[in-house]
Write a protein that binds this ligand. Sequence first.
Ligand code: ZN
Ligand code: ZN
Length: 247
Amino acid sequence: MKLFTHLKEEVLGFITLLFPPLCPLCRNHNLDSFQPGLCDSCLAELKPLSSPFCTICSLPFEGPPGSDHLCESCLKNPPPFSGVTAYGIYTGLLREAIHHYKYEEAFYLHRPLGRLLAETVAKRLSPEPFDFIVPVPLHLNKLRERTFNQSLLLARTLAKTLQLPIEAQGLERTRPTLSQQGLKSEERKRNLKGAFSLNTEVKNRRILLVDDVLTTGTTARECSRILRKGGAREVHVAVLARAAKYL
Ligand SMILES: [Zn+2]
Ligand SMILES: [Zn+2]
């Protein structure tokens, strides 16, 4: 049996070498069999978020670069996090890449996408290091359905690239919640109320909270609120993509 398993692995490895996987976005270019990701031309097409945007939640604005300011939501209702660093806007090729990553079994995309986010975090934030990284958790039911937590895999790539510790179970989703998509602002808040619990010591810590996409920010606000309530000195949010308000 063991010999058979071994042979099967050898054969599969050989097939991968003969037929390297295709880039999931363009289906044109072959990828490295051992380190699949995105092809160079698709990677070059991804556009990083550019100024102007909200100085706290990174909501993109129209206008000339450099005119960053607070958005209405951050002004009226300041969030419990100190800021959001986003690699790009949730649109076009980046949105497609995230879709493949989450729903089309291209889970290996956590490496190239996570590295892009890590570079953005390193460039944008002050040199004072975070104490650790915490991913936004999935409820067990969702984890069984998807088989992996997209935020955790991203967080692991960030931890490795930025050489930071990670508290993978720092937050836990203690009850299942509805998808936030299509819910109104108040419904989103109600949907997440009491959904997270704290599993680790955060007193006086500076924490980097990692998620894949930030839409209205309700999830990031609720996770940050729990961390701050536990005594965290600062929570900064890192996401691959920030949704523009009207998509
Ligand atoms: Zn490609
Ligand atoms: Zn804002």
